[in-house]
Ligand binder design. Structure first.
Ligand code: SF4
Ligand code: SF4
Length: 340
């Protein structure tokens, strides 16, 4: 059974959330006997341009200050995204980070300007044998993975596992996880607005009275699903095993690394921080949690959210958790330790 530490915080006060994250970090460090190396990157998500609910830079400030006081050099680390947007290339990604207030420490974009720089990490996965992990991660042994816990169109929810799986993977690794996902358009619901065609970076959609997706060109990025105003596009999951592949990539990202995970259940939106629009939160703010076990942490976040909202929100994400447990990334059995 893994320990997950929790501080209740129903506010949206970033300074307070950041202080709670630091308190939890210190607790995990003390409980596990963790000692920091000289350089420790913080896994971050800078938020797509137009998104308003990503974790604010202020949430990281107390942790950054603490690491510096401990003689540790912190940096932000991230990879470029698969689809067209404000974080597709390193230049644009750095611009977006700066515009969103992330300028306190150096930023490492780990997979190079085109997302093609990676190291291969071997794992005993059922679907993946070699993970393509952003090359820049290779030179570090330790990370602090900070996650905004919220919904995700394909994964069910985005938390620590997703930060590892998609956030550490180079472009080829992201594609490998998405492979086999084939979205389909409901001709009945489609109003032929063309927004999905504009969004698709892979020219996989054409208008033949209604939108039609070419499965041979589609890479399964889900961009079209996110932008369709009619909810006319749905994932067809058959044969994709996306949720299991996500767990296997998380295993590859965490292999031989010493990681502390901190997750914030606040501003919980239906879709993830890659969505470049303002979204209304769909659940109450709950607080901040931390653990050295990403599976236990995500399970605790999901349980707390479902208990509080009395709905089975993001339930399909449990497929990833069960598979992650099966392949040895962590355990879904946890003890929740509440701090004041
Ligand atoms: S965005 Fe939706 S409604 Fe618009 S063309 Fe595409 S599938 Fe049809
Ligand atoms: S059709 Fe949709 S899921 Fe497929 S590549 Fe285009 S935007 Fe991505």
């Amino acid at each position: 059974m893994s320990k997950v530490y929790f501080i209740k915080n129903e506010s949206l006060n970033d300074d307070q959330l950041g202080s709670d994250a630091l308190k939890l970090l210190k607790t995990v460090v003390a409980a596990s006997g963790h000692t920091f190396e000289k350089e420790v990157p913080l896994k971050v998500h800078f938020g797509e341009k137009g998104n308003t609910t990503f974790l604010s830079a202020k949430c990281y400030d107390p942790t950054i200050q603490y690491l510096k006081e401990m003689g540790v050099s912190p940096s932000y680390i991230e990879t470029n995204v698969l689809y067209r947007g404000s974080r597709t290339t390193t230049d644009k990604h750095l611009e977006t980070a700066k515009a969103h207030g992330f300028s306190q420490i150096p930023i490492i974009i780990a997979d190079g300007d085109l997302g093609t720089e990676y190291v291969e990490v071997e794992i005993p996965g059922e679907y993946i044998k070699k993970c393509k992990i952003g090359k820049g991660y290779g030179r570090f042994n330790q990370f602090i993975v900070m996650s905004h816990f919220k919904g995700h169109i394909q994964a069910g929810f985005g938390g620590a596992l997703k930060q590892l799986a998609m956030g550490f993977a180079a472009r080829g690794g992201k594609l490998e996880q998405h492979a086999g996902i084939a979205p389909v358009v409901s001709a009945k619901k489609c109003v032929s607005c063309g927004l999905c065609i504009e969004k698709c970076d892979f020219d996989a959609i054409e208008m033949i009275n209604t939108a039609v997706i070419d499965p041979d060109k589609c890479v399964g990025c889900a961009g079209c699903i996110a932008v369709c105003p009619e909810g006319a596009i749905r994932n067809s999951w058959s044969g994709s095993n996306f949720l299991e592949k996500l767990s296997e990539y998380a295993l590859g990202a965490a292999k031989d690394k010493d990681i502390i995970y901190i997750s914030f259940i606040s501003n919980v939106t239906e879709e993830c921080d890659c969505t470049g629009i303002h979204m209304k939160p769909i659940a109450d703010n709950i607080g901040v949690l931390a653990s050295k076990d990403p599976v236990a942490l995500d399970t605790a976040c999901l349980d707390l959210l479902q208990q509080r909202s009395r709905k089975k929100l993001f339930e399909n994400g449990r497929v990833s958790l069960k598979h992650a447990e099966k392949i040895g990334l962590g355990t879904m059995a946890y003890e929740l330790v509440a701090l004041d």
